[in-house]
Design a protein. Structure first.
Length: 90
């Protein structure tokens, strides 16, 4: 299951996430701080999406209410929900 998540309140514009059986297969940030977003993407690939959400949700960037890792947690939450819908519909 691959989704494109339009970010809110951060420098990156979009996060493309691929999840298969709750495992994060690929993460790509479009825009944002290239080194940081590439690092975050590589660190979470291969993890269970629920574990990554638990570690990333709520992280803030400076005075912003969110961050790229927090936005990734939101994208992963949506990807898991979509994956579950597909399984139930199959």
């Amino acid at each position: 299951m691959t989704i494109q998540y339009k970010t809110k309140g951060v420098c990156s514009q979009r996060i493309d996430v691929t999840v298969d059986n709750s495992i994060i297969k690929k993460v790509e940030f479009v825009g944002g701080c290239a080194g940081n977003t590439q690092g975050v993407a590589r660190l979470v690939e291969g993890l269970d999406a629920r574990d990554a959400i638990g570690k990333l949700a709520g992280i803030r960037c400076g005075f912003k209410a969110t961050s790229c890792p927090d936005q990734l947690a939101k994208a992963l939450t949506i990807a898991l929900a979509e994956e579950e819908k597909r399984k139930q519909g199959a």
